[in-house]
Design a protein around this ligand. Sequence first.
Ligand code: NOJ
Length: 535
Amino acid sequence: MGQPTPAQKDSDWWRSAVIYQVYVRSFADGDGDGTGDLAGVRGNLPYLAELGVDAMWFTPWYLSPLKDGGYDVADYRTIDPAFGTLAEAEKLIAEARELGIRTIVDIVPNHVSDQHPWFRSALAAGPGSPERELFHFRPGRGPHGDLPPNDWPSQFAGSTEPVWTRLPDGDWYLHLFTPEQPDLNWAHPVVRQEHEDILRFWFERGVAGVRIDSAALLAKDPDLPDLATDPRPHPFVDRDELHDVYRSWRRVADEYDGVFVGEVWLPDAERFARYLRPDELHTAFNFSFLTCPWDAGRLRDSIDTTLAEHAPVGAPATWVLCNHDVTRTVTRYGREDTAFDFATKAFGTPTDLALGTRRARAAALLSLALPGALYLYQGEELGLPEADIPVDRIQDPMYFRSQGADPGRDGCRVPLPWAAGAPYAGFGAREEPWLPQPADWPSYAVDRQKQDPHSMLSLYREAIALRPEFGNGPLTWLPAPDGVLAFARADGALCVVNLAATPAVLPAHSRLLLSSGPLDDAGRLPEDTAAWLRP
Ligand code: NOJ
Protein backbone atom coordinates (compact mmCIF):
# COMPACT_ATOMS: atom_id res chain seq x y z
CA MET A 1 0.00 0.00 0.00
CA GLY A 2 1.18 3.56 -0.75
CA GLN A 3 2.74 4.23 2.66
CA PRO A 4 2.98 7.90 3.55
CA THR A 5 6.53 9.10 3.95
CA PRO A 6 7.27 10.81 7.28
CA ALA A 7 6.80 14.14 5.54
CA GLN A 8 3.26 13.27 4.58
CA LYS A 9 0.40 13.19 7.09
CA ASP A 10 -2.22 10.46 7.01
CA SER A 11 -4.82 13.11 6.20
CA ASP A 12 -2.80 13.84 3.05
CA TRP A 13 -3.34 10.28 1.77
CA TRP A 14 -5.09 11.57 -1.36
CA ARG A 15 -1.98 13.40 -2.53
CA SER A 16 -0.29 10.18 -3.62
CA ALA A 17 -3.00 7.51 -3.41
CA VAL A 18 -3.70 4.65 -5.78
CA ILE A 19 -7.46 4.77 -6.27
CA TYR A 20 -9.36 1.88 -7.81
CA GLN A 21 -12.51 2.71 -9.75
CA VAL A 22 -15.31 0.25 -9.08
CA TYR A 23 -18.10 0.02 -11.64
CA VAL A 24 -20.35 -1.99 -9.33
CA ARG A 25 -22.61 -3.40 -12.02
CA SER A 26 -19.66 -5.25 -13.55
CA PHE A 27 -17.27 -5.89 -10.67
CA ALA A 28 -18.62 -9.11 -9.10
CA ASP A 29 -22.07 -10.58 -8.77
CA GLY A 30 -22.78 -11.69 -5.19
CA ASP A 31 -26.38 -12.80 -5.66
CA GLY A 32 -25.99 -14.43 -9.07
CA ASP A 33 -28.63 -12.41 -10.94
CA GLY A 34 -26.29 -11.23 -13.68
CA THR A 35 -25.66 -7.75 -12.23
CA GLY A 36 -22.69 -6.93 -10.00
CA ASP A 37 -23.55 -5.75 -6.51
CA LEU A 38 -22.22 -4.63 -3.14
CA ALA A 39 -22.08 -8.23 -1.90
CA GLY A 40 -19.73 -8.92 -4.81
CA VAL A 41 -17.51 -6.01 -3.80
CA ARG A 42 -17.51 -7.00 -0.12
CA GLY A 43 -16.52 -10.54 -1.04
CA ASN A 44 -13.55 -9.29 -3.01
CA LEU A 45 -12.17 -6.62 -0.69
CA PRO A 46 -9.22 -8.88 0.13
CA TYR A 47 -8.38 -8.87 -3.59
CA LEU A 48 -8.21 -5.08 -3.57
CA ALA A 49 -6.17 -5.08 -0.37
CA GLU A 50 -3.67 -7.51 -1.94
CA LEU A 51 -3.52 -5.35 -5.03
CA GLY A 52 -2.47 -2.61 -2.66
CA VAL A 53 -4.90 0.18 -3.46
CA ASP A 54 -5.52 3.00 -0.99
CA ALA A 55 -9.08 3.83 -1.96
CA MET A 56 -12.02 2.83 -4.14
CA TRP A 57 -14.13 5.23 -6.17
CA PHE A 58 -17.63 3.90 -6.79
CA THR A 59 -19.47 5.12 -9.87
CA PRO A 60 -23.04 5.97 -8.76
CA TRP A 61 -24.64 3.21 -6.71
CA TYR A 62 -27.85 5.05 -5.83
CA LEU A 63 -31.45 4.34 -6.79
CA SER A 64 -31.57 4.88 -10.54
CA PRO A 65 -33.48 3.74 -13.62
CA LEU A 66 -29.98 3.18 -15.08
CA LYS A 67 -30.69 5.10 -18.27
CA ASP A 68 -27.08 6.30 -18.15
CA GLY A 69 -25.33 3.68 -16.06
CA GLY A 70 -26.49 5.27 -12.78
CA TYR A 71 -25.56 8.86 -13.72
CA ASP A 72 -29.32 9.42 -13.58
CA VAL A 73 -29.92 9.45 -9.84
CA ALA A 74 -33.46 9.14 -8.48
CA ASP A 75 -32.49 9.16 -4.78
CA TYR A 76 -29.04 9.82 -3.30
CA ARG A 77 -29.94 8.36 0.06
CA THR A 78 -30.94 4.92 -1.23
CA ILE A 79 -28.74 2.27 -2.80
CA ASP A 80 -30.23 0.83 -5.97
CA PRO A 81 -31.87 -2.49 -4.99
CA ALA A 82 -30.02 -4.16 -7.88
CA PHE A 83 -26.81 -3.44 -5.92
CA GLY A 84 -27.93 -3.85 -2.30
CA THR A 85 -29.00 -1.71 0.62
CA LEU A 86 -27.76 1.32 2.51
CA ALA A 87 -26.91 -0.91 5.47
CA GLU A 88 -24.69 -3.00 3.18
CA ALA A 89 -23.00 0.11 1.83
CA GLU A 90 -22.25 1.19 5.39
CA LYS A 91 -20.78 -2.23 6.15
CA LEU A 92 -18.74 -2.13 2.98
CA ILE A 93 -17.31 1.29 3.82
CA ALA A 94 -16.36 0.10 7.31
CA GLU A 95 -14.93 -3.27 6.20
CA ALA A 96 -12.86 -1.63 3.50
CA ARG A 97 -11.49 0.90 5.97
CA GLU A 98 -10.44 -1.98 8.23
CA LEU A 99 -8.35 -3.23 5.32
CA GLY A 100 -6.84 0.22 4.83
CA ILE A 101 -9.04 1.10 1.85
CA ARG A 102 -10.98 4.36 1.81
CA THR A 103 -14.22 4.93 -0.09
CA ILE A 104 -15.03 7.68 -2.57
CA VAL A 105 -18.61 8.12 -3.80
CA ASP A 106 -19.78 9.79 -6.99
CA ILE A 107 -22.12 12.82 -6.87
CA VAL A 108 -23.82 13.99 -10.08
CA PRO A 109 -24.84 17.59 -9.37
CA ASN A 110 -25.52 18.75 -12.92
CA HIS A 111 -28.64 16.65 -13.33
CA VAL A 112 -30.94 14.11 -11.73
CA SER A 113 -33.05 11.29 -13.10
CA ASP A 114 -36.43 12.17 -14.56
CA GLN A 115 -37.72 9.79 -11.87
CA HIS A 116 -36.30 11.97 -9.07
CA PRO A 117 -39.17 13.27 -6.86
CA TRP A 118 -38.24 16.88 -7.68
CA PHE A 119 -38.66 16.35 -11.39
CA ARG A 120 -41.86 14.38 -11.01
CA SER A 121 -43.30 17.17 -8.87
CA ALA A 122 -42.15 19.74 -11.42
CA LEU A 123 -43.96 17.87 -14.19
CA ALA A 124 -47.12 17.61 -12.13
CA ALA A 125 -47.02 21.23 -10.99
CA GLY A 126 -47.08 22.66 -14.51
CA PRO A 127 -45.66 25.76 -16.25
CA GLY A 128 -44.69 28.70 -14.10
CA SER A 129 -44.73 26.68 -10.85
CA PRO A 130 -42.05 27.05 -8.17
CA GLU A 131 -41.32 23.32 -8.58
CA ARG A 132 -40.14 23.98 -12.13
CA GLU A 133 -37.69 26.59 -10.87
CA LEU A 134 -35.41 23.81 -9.62
CA PHE A 135 -34.77 22.93 -13.29
CA HIS A 136 -34.49 24.87 -16.54
CA PHE A 137 -38.00 25.00 -17.98
CA ARG A 138 -38.67 27.49 -20.76
CA PRO A 139 -41.27 28.18 -23.41
CA GLY A 140 -40.18 27.29 -26.93
CA ARG A 141 -39.36 29.69 -29.73
CA GLY A 142 -41.27 30.37 -32.93
CA PRO A 143 -44.89 31.39 -33.34
CA HIS A 144 -46.11 28.12 -31.84
CA GLY A 145 -43.33 27.62 -29.33
CA ASP A 146 -42.35 24.43 -31.10
CA LEU A 147 -38.69 25.31 -31.54
CA PRO A 148 -36.22 24.59 -28.71
CA PRO A 149 -35.32 27.58 -26.49
CA ASN A 150 -31.70 27.63 -27.69
CA ASP A 151 -29.12 25.90 -29.86
CA TRP A 152 -26.91 24.23 -27.24
CA PRO A 153 -25.26 20.97 -28.33
CA SER A 154 -25.59 17.67 -26.52
CA GLN A 155 -22.76 16.85 -24.13
CA PHE A 156 -22.81 13.26 -25.34
CA ALA A 157 -20.07 13.19 -27.95
CA GLY A 158 -21.36 12.30 -31.39
CA SER A 159 -24.95 13.01 -30.45
CA THR A 160 -26.97 15.20 -32.77
CA GLU A 161 -30.01 14.95 -30.53
CA PRO A 162 -31.40 18.15 -28.99
CA VAL A 163 -30.75 19.09 -25.36
CA TRP A 164 -34.35 20.24 -24.94
CA THR A 165 -37.47 18.11 -24.64
CA ARG A 166 -40.98 19.49 -24.99
CA LEU A 167 -43.74 18.42 -22.64
CA PRO A 168 -47.41 18.06 -23.59
CA ASP A 169 -48.10 21.25 -21.58
CA GLY A 170 -45.87 23.22 -24.00
CA ASP A 171 -42.85 23.85 -21.73
CA TRP A 172 -39.40 22.65 -22.74
CA TYR A 173 -36.77 21.41 -20.25
CA LEU A 174 -33.00 21.38 -20.57
CA HIS A 175 -30.91 18.20 -20.41
CA LEU A 176 -27.29 18.41 -21.53
CA PHE A 177 -27.21 14.60 -21.60
CA THR A 178 -30.26 12.35 -22.14
CA PRO A 179 -33.90 13.46 -21.74
CA GLU A 180 -33.96 11.21 -18.66
CA GLN A 181 -31.31 13.49 -17.04
CA PRO A 182 -32.89 16.95 -16.55
CA ASP A 183 -30.37 19.66 -15.60
CA LEU A 184 -30.77 21.29 -12.20
CA ASN A 185 -30.89 25.05 -11.73
CA TRP A 186 -27.81 25.86 -9.66
CA ALA A 187 -28.92 29.45 -9.15
CA HIS A 188 -31.62 28.08 -6.83
CA PRO A 189 -30.71 27.99 -3.11
CA VAL A 190 -32.64 24.76 -2.52
CA VAL A 191 -30.47 22.96 -5.08
CA ARG A 192 -27.34 24.14 -3.29
CA GLN A 193 -28.63 23.24 0.14
CA GLU A 194 -29.73 19.77 -0.93
CA HIS A 195 -26.29 18.94 -2.32
CA GLU A 196 -24.54 20.04 0.84
CA ASP A 197 -26.93 17.81 2.77
CA ILE A 198 -26.09 14.91 0.43
CA LEU A 199 -22.38 15.46 1.02
CA ARG A 200 -22.95 15.37 4.77
CA PHE A 201 -25.11 12.27 4.44
CA TRP A 202 -22.23 10.34 2.85
CA PHE A 203 -19.42 11.83 4.93
CA GLU A 204 -21.42 10.85 8.03
CA ARG A 205 -21.36 7.28 6.70
CA GLY A 206 -17.60 7.25 6.63
CA VAL A 207 -16.77 8.01 3.03
CA ALA A 208 -13.41 9.69 2.60
CA GLY A 209 -14.10 11.51 -0.62
CA VAL A 210 -16.46 12.51 -3.37
CA ARG A 211 -16.00 12.46 -7.14
CA ILE A 212 -17.92 15.27 -8.79
CA ASP A 213 -19.50 14.42 -12.12
CA SER A 214 -19.46 16.97 -14.95
CA ALA A 215 -18.06 19.41 -12.41
CA ALA A 216 -17.63 22.36 -14.80
CA LEU A 217 -21.14 22.26 -16.30
CA LEU A 218 -23.47 23.07 -13.39
CA ALA A 219 -23.85 26.83 -13.68
CA LYS A 220 -25.86 28.23 -16.59
CA ASP A 221 -26.24 31.76 -17.91
CA PRO A 222 -29.79 32.63 -16.74
CA ASP A 223 -30.57 34.07 -20.19
CA LEU A 224 -29.63 30.75 -21.83
CA PRO A 225 -28.25 32.56 -24.91
CA ASP A 226 -27.60 30.79 -28.19
CA LEU A 227 -24.07 29.54 -28.70
CA ALA A 228 -24.19 30.74 -32.30
CA THR A 229 -23.82 34.27 -30.92
CA ASP A 230 -20.55 33.16 -29.26
CA PRO A 231 -21.42 34.58 -25.87
CA ARG A 232 -18.55 35.17 -23.42
CA PRO A 233 -18.33 33.80 -20.84
CA HIS A 234 -19.59 30.46 -22.09
CA PRO A 235 -23.24 30.00 -21.08
CA PHE A 236 -22.76 26.59 -19.48
CA VAL A 237 -19.09 25.57 -19.34
CA ASP A 238 -16.71 26.72 -16.59
CA ARG A 239 -18.69 29.71 -15.35
CA ASP A 240 -17.23 31.78 -12.53
CA GLU A 241 -20.23 31.29 -10.22
CA LEU A 242 -19.20 27.64 -9.85
CA HIS A 243 -16.26 28.50 -7.65
CA ASP A 244 -18.54 29.84 -4.98
CA VAL A 245 -20.41 26.51 -5.01
CA TYR A 246 -17.20 24.54 -4.57
CA ARG A 247 -15.94 26.84 -1.84
CA SER A 248 -19.00 26.06 0.22
CA TRP A 249 -18.65 22.34 -0.57
CA ARG A 250 -15.07 22.54 0.64
CA ARG A 251 -16.20 23.93 3.98
CA VAL A 252 -18.47 20.89 4.38
CA ALA A 253 -15.71 18.46 3.37
CA ASP A 254 -13.24 20.05 5.78
CA GLU A 255 -15.52 19.24 8.70
CA TYR A 256 -14.99 15.56 7.87
CA ASP A 257 -11.48 15.60 6.41
CA GLY A 258 -13.18 14.63 3.17
CA VAL A 259 -11.63 15.17 -0.25
CA PHE A 260 -12.92 15.95 -3.72
CA VAL A 261 -11.94 14.87 -7.19
CA GLY A 262 -13.61 16.80 -9.96
CA GLU A 263 -14.44 15.63 -13.43
CA VAL A 264 -13.23 18.80 -15.11
CA TRP A 265 -12.65 18.58 -18.87
CA LEU A 266 -11.15 21.97 -19.76
CA PRO A 267 -8.47 22.69 -22.35
CA ASP A 268 -7.34 25.89 -20.63
CA ALA A 269 -4.74 25.00 -17.98
CA GLU A 270 -5.18 28.20 -16.01
CA ARG A 271 -8.98 27.86 -15.90
CA PHE A 272 -8.60 24.19 -14.90
CA ALA A 273 -6.27 25.07 -12.02
CA ARG A 274 -8.80 27.53 -10.59
CA TYR A 275 -10.87 24.55 -9.43
CA LEU A 276 -7.89 23.34 -7.42
CA ARG A 277 -7.25 26.45 -5.38
CA PRO A 278 -6.69 25.64 -1.70
CA ASP A 279 -10.27 26.43 -0.70
CA GLU A 280 -11.90 24.52 -3.57
CA LEU A 281 -11.44 20.97 -4.89
CA HIS A 282 -8.48 18.87 -3.77
CA THR A 283 -7.89 17.20 -7.12
CA ALA A 284 -9.32 16.83 -10.63
CA PHE A 285 -8.92 14.15 -13.27
CA ASN A 286 -6.09 14.69 -15.67
CA PHE A 287 -7.71 14.14 -19.05
CA SER A 288 -4.75 15.49 -20.99
CA PHE A 289 -2.75 12.43 -19.93
CA LEU A 290 -5.66 10.07 -20.55
CA THR A 291 -6.16 11.31 -24.11
CA CYS A 292 -2.47 11.59 -24.97
CA PRO A 293 -1.10 9.33 -27.73
CA TRP A 294 1.69 6.83 -27.10
CA ASP A 295 4.42 9.22 -28.15
CA ALA A 296 7.39 10.22 -26.01
CA GLY A 297 7.31 13.92 -26.89
CA ARG A 298 3.57 14.26 -26.41
CA LEU A 299 3.64 12.35 -23.11
CA ARG A 300 6.48 14.46 -21.81
CA ASP A 301 4.61 17.64 -22.76
CA SER A 302 1.48 16.37 -21.08
CA ILE A 303 3.41 15.53 -17.89
CA ASP A 304 5.20 18.90 -17.86
CA THR A 305 2.03 20.87 -18.53
CA THR A 306 0.17 18.94 -15.86
CA LEU A 307 2.83 19.53 -13.22
CA ALA A 308 3.20 23.20 -14.19
CA GLU A 309 -0.54 23.88 -14.05
CA HIS A 310 -0.91 22.26 -10.62
CA ALA A 311 2.14 23.87 -9.04
CA PRO A 312 0.81 27.41 -8.50
CA VAL A 313 -2.21 26.14 -6.54
CA GLY A 314 -0.29 23.49 -4.61
CA ALA A 315 -2.58 20.65 -5.73
CA PRO A 316 -1.27 17.20 -6.61
CA ALA A 317 -1.76 15.90 -10.15
CA THR A 318 -3.81 12.81 -10.90
CA TRP A 319 -2.81 10.24 -13.53
CA VAL A 320 -5.50 8.31 -15.35
CA LEU A 321 -5.18 5.99 -18.34
CA CYS A 322 -8.80 4.90 -18.61
CA ASN A 323 -12.22 4.91 -16.99
CA HIS A 324 -15.77 3.75 -17.65
CA ASP A 325 -16.23 6.30 -20.46
CA VAL A 326 -13.21 5.64 -22.68
CA THR A 327 -11.62 2.88 -24.77
CA ARG A 328 -9.64 0.42 -22.66
CA THR A 329 -5.93 1.11 -22.59
CA VAL A 330 -4.59 -2.09 -24.19
CA THR A 331 -6.96 -1.59 -27.13
CA ARG A 332 -6.24 2.10 -27.59
CA TYR A 333 -2.47 1.59 -27.53
CA GLY A 334 -2.77 -1.25 -30.06
CA ARG A 335 -4.30 0.99 -32.72
CA GLU A 336 -2.78 3.22 -35.35
CA ASP A 337 -4.18 6.27 -33.59
CA THR A 338 -3.22 5.79 -29.94
CA ALA A 339 -4.85 9.02 -28.71
CA PHE A 340 -8.30 8.92 -27.17
CA ASP A 341 -10.94 11.12 -28.71
CA PHE A 342 -14.71 10.60 -28.45
CA ALA A 343 -15.02 12.04 -31.95
CA THR A 344 -12.94 9.32 -33.63
CA LYS A 345 -14.37 6.23 -31.93
CA ALA A 346 -15.70 3.80 -34.50
CA PHE A 347 -16.74 0.19 -34.92
CA GLY A 348 -14.18 -2.22 -36.35
CA THR A 349 -10.93 -0.25 -35.79
CA PRO A 350 -8.00 -2.66 -36.42
CA THR A 351 -6.16 -3.42 -33.18
CA ASP A 352 -2.91 -5.23 -32.34
CA LEU A 353 -3.60 -6.37 -28.78
CA ALA A 354 -0.11 -7.78 -28.17
CA LEU A 355 1.39 -4.39 -29.03
CA GLY A 356 -1.25 -2.54 -27.03
CA THR A 357 -0.65 -4.74 -24.00
CA ARG A 358 3.11 -4.23 -24.15
CA ARG A 359 2.59 -0.47 -24.22
CA ALA A 360 -0.08 -0.57 -21.50
CA ARG A 361 2.39 -2.41 -19.23
CA ALA A 362 4.98 0.28 -19.84
CA ALA A 363 2.35 3.00 -19.35
CA ALA A 364 1.40 1.46 -16.01
CA LEU A 365 4.98 1.83 -14.77
CA LEU A 366 5.21 5.34 -16.20
CA SER A 367 2.03 6.56 -14.51
CA LEU A 368 2.75 4.85 -11.18
CA ALA A 369 6.14 6.57 -11.04
CA LEU A 370 4.79 10.11 -11.47
CA PRO A 371 4.17 12.46 -8.54
CA GLY A 372 0.52 12.57 -7.50
CA ALA A 373 -2.42 10.21 -7.26
CA LEU A 374 -3.23 7.42 -9.68
CA TYR A 375 -6.64 6.15 -10.77
CA LEU A 376 -6.94 2.56 -11.87
CA TYR A 377 -10.16 1.42 -13.57
CA GLN A 378 -11.37 -2.08 -12.70
CA GLY A 379 -10.04 -4.60 -15.21
CA GLU A 380 -7.12 -2.35 -16.18
CA GLU A 381 -5.01 -4.40 -13.76
CA LEU A 382 -6.06 -7.48 -15.74
CA GLY A 383 -5.19 -5.93 -19.10
CA LEU A 384 -8.77 -6.36 -20.31
CA PRO A 385 -9.30 -5.18 -23.87
CA GLU A 386 -12.29 -3.20 -25.10
CA ALA A 387 -14.98 -5.79 -25.91
CA ASP A 388 -17.09 -5.79 -29.07
CA ILE A 389 -20.67 -5.77 -27.85
CA PRO A 390 -23.22 -7.18 -30.30
CA VAL A 391 -25.42 -4.24 -31.28
CA ASP A 392 -28.57 -5.89 -29.99
CA ARG A 393 -27.01 -6.00 -26.50
CA ILE A 394 -25.73 -2.41 -26.37
CA GLN A 395 -27.23 -0.41 -23.49
CA ASP A 396 -25.23 2.80 -23.51
CA PRO A 397 -27.23 5.90 -24.51
CA MET A 398 -24.15 7.27 -26.29
CA TYR A 399 -24.67 4.64 -29.00
CA PHE A 400 -28.37 5.41 -29.41
CA ARG A 401 -28.00 9.17 -29.25
CA SER A 402 -25.37 9.10 -32.00
CA GLN A 403 -27.73 7.06 -34.22
CA GLY A 404 -25.35 4.12 -33.90
CA ALA A 405 -22.28 5.99 -35.16
CA ASP A 406 -20.52 5.84 -31.77
CA PRO A 407 -20.07 2.26 -30.48
CA GLY A 408 -20.80 3.58 -26.98
CA ARG A 409 -19.03 2.79 -23.77
CA ASP A 410 -20.29 -0.69 -22.95
CA GLY A 411 -17.12 -2.25 -24.39
CA CYS A 412 -15.17 -1.10 -21.34
CA ARG A 413 -17.91 -2.03 -18.87
CA VAL A 414 -18.06 -5.80 -19.35
CA PRO A 415 -18.36 -7.98 -16.20
CA LEU A 416 -14.95 -8.94 -14.81
CA PRO A 417 -13.48 -12.44 -15.16
CA TRP A 418 -12.51 -13.89 -11.78
CA ALA A 419 -12.16 -17.64 -12.36
CA ALA A 420 -11.22 -19.18 -15.71
CA GLY A 421 -13.11 -22.42 -15.22
CA ALA A 422 -16.33 -21.08 -13.73
CA PRO A 423 -19.52 -20.09 -15.57
CA TYR A 424 -19.32 -16.54 -16.91
CA ALA A 425 -15.63 -16.53 -16.06
CA GLY A 426 -16.42 -16.49 -12.35
CA PHE A 427 -18.26 -13.15 -12.42
CA GLY A 428 -20.67 -14.88 -10.05
CA ALA A 429 -23.70 -14.85 -12.32
CA ARG A 430 -25.97 -17.89 -12.54
CA GLU A 431 -27.65 -16.34 -15.54
CA GLU A 432 -26.41 -14.34 -18.51
CA PRO A 433 -24.71 -11.16 -17.20
CA TRP A 434 -26.17 -7.78 -18.13
CA LEU A 435 -23.47 -7.38 -20.81
CA PRO A 436 -22.02 -10.38 -22.65
CA GLN A 437 -18.42 -11.40 -22.00
CA PRO A 438 -16.18 -12.15 -25.01
CA ALA A 439 -15.26 -15.81 -25.58
CA ASP A 440 -11.64 -15.26 -24.52
CA TRP A 441 -12.58 -13.64 -21.17
CA PRO A 442 -11.46 -16.67 -19.10
CA SER A 443 -7.89 -16.17 -20.34
CA TYR A 444 -7.85 -12.86 -18.43
CA ALA A 445 -9.30 -14.33 -15.21
CA VAL A 446 -7.91 -13.24 -11.86
CA ASP A 447 -7.20 -16.82 -10.72
CA ARG A 448 -5.11 -17.49 -13.83
CA GLN A 449 -3.21 -14.21 -13.60
CA LYS A 450 -2.43 -14.76 -9.91
CA GLN A 451 -0.47 -17.89 -10.86
CA ASP A 452 1.49 -16.15 -13.58
CA PRO A 453 4.37 -13.93 -12.40
CA HIS A 454 4.41 -12.23 -15.82
CA SER A 455 0.71 -11.35 -15.92
CA MET A 456 -0.63 -7.81 -15.93
CA LEU A 457 -2.07 -8.42 -12.47
CA SER A 458 1.32 -9.48 -11.10
CA LEU A 459 2.91 -6.40 -12.67
CA TYR A 460 0.37 -4.06 -11.06
CA ARG A 461 0.70 -5.74 -7.67
CA GLU A 462 4.47 -5.54 -7.71
CA ALA A 463 4.47 -1.99 -8.99
CA ILE A 464 2.00 -0.74 -6.38
CA ALA A 465 4.03 -2.45 -3.65
CA LEU A 466 7.26 -0.87 -4.93
CA ARG A 467 5.78 2.57 -5.61
CA PRO A 468 6.95 4.02 -2.26
CA GLU A 469 10.51 3.73 -3.71
CA PHE A 470 9.72 6.94 -5.58
CA GLY A 471 8.92 8.92 -2.44
CA ASN A 472 6.98 12.14 -2.65
CA GLY A 473 9.63 14.38 -4.12
CA PRO A 474 9.48 16.29 -7.40
CA LEU A 475 10.42 14.89 -10.79
CA THR A 476 13.59 15.75 -12.73
CA TRP A 477 14.03 14.71 -16.35
CA LEU A 478 17.27 12.89 -17.14
CA PRO A 479 19.12 13.18 -20.45
CA ALA A 480 17.82 10.49 -22.80
CA PRO A 481 17.83 9.72 -26.53
CA ASP A 482 14.86 10.66 -28.72
CA GLY A 483 11.82 8.58 -27.93
CA VAL A 484 12.99 7.71 -24.41
CA LEU A 485 11.49 9.19 -21.25
CA ALA A 486 13.76 9.07 -18.21
CA PHE A 487 13.25 10.81 -14.92
CA ALA A 488 14.29 10.69 -11.30
CA ARG A 489 12.22 11.55 -8.26
CA ALA A 490 14.09 13.52 -5.58
CA ASP A 491 15.60 11.03 -3.10
CA GLY A 492 13.73 8.30 -4.94
CA ALA A 493 13.85 5.81 -7.78
CA LEU A 494 14.30 6.39 -11.52
CA CYS A 495 11.84 5.53 -14.25
CA VAL A 496 12.83 4.94 -17.88
CA VAL A 497 10.35 4.29 -20.69
CA ASN A 498 11.49 3.44 -24.20
CA LEU A 499 9.05 4.41 -26.93
CA ALA A 500 11.74 4.34 -29.67
CA ALA A 501 12.42 1.47 -32.07
CA THR A 502 16.02 1.00 -30.88
CA PRO A 503 16.87 -0.53 -27.48
CA ALA A 504 17.90 2.05 -24.86
CA VAL A 505 20.91 1.87 -22.57
CA LEU A 506 19.74 2.28 -18.96
CA PRO A 507 21.19 5.08 -16.83
CA ALA A 508 23.55 4.11 -14.01
CA HIS A 509 21.72 2.32 -11.22
CA SER A 510 22.37 0.10 -8.25
CA ARG A 511 19.41 -2.20 -8.83
CA LEU A 512 16.69 -2.98 -11.34
CA LEU A 513 13.52 -2.83 -9.27
CA LEU A 514 11.00 -3.81 -11.90
CA SER A 515 10.49 -3.80 -15.65
CA SER A 516 7.38 -4.12 -17.75
CA GLY A 517 9.09 -6.70 -20.00
CA PRO A 518 12.44 -8.47 -20.29
CA LEU A 519 15.62 -6.49 -21.00
CA ASP A 520 17.63 -7.63 -24.04
CA ASP A 521 20.79 -9.76 -23.80
CA ALA A 522 22.92 -6.63 -23.48
CA GLY A 523 20.80 -5.39 -20.54
CA ARG A 524 19.17 -2.69 -22.65
CA LEU A 525 15.53 -1.61 -22.51
CA PRO A 526 13.59 -2.75 -25.62
CA GLU A 527 10.93 -0.72 -27.44
CA ASP A 528 7.66 -0.12 -25.55
CA THR A 529 9.17 -1.24 -22.26
CA ALA A 530 9.62 0.60 -18.96
CA ALA A 531 11.99 0.00 -16.04
CA TRP A 532 12.21 1.21 -12.48
CA LEU A 533 15.71 1.60 -11.11
CA ARG A 534 17.21 2.31 -7.73
CA PRO A 535 19.98 4.92 -8.22
C1 NOJ B 1 -19.57 11.74 -16.91
C2 NOJ B 1 -19.70 10.31 -16.53
O1 NOJ B 1 -18.43 9.76 -16.32
C3 NOJ B 1 -20.45 9.63 -17.66
O2 NOJ B 1 -20.45 8.24 -17.53
C4 NOJ B 1 -21.84 10.20 -17.72
O3 NOJ B 1 -22.52 9.68 -18.84
C5 NOJ B 1 -21.84 11.72 -17.83
N1 NOJ B 1 -20.88 12.35 -16.95
C6 NOJ B 1 -23.20 12.29 -17.50
O4 NOJ B 1 -23.46 12.15 -16.12
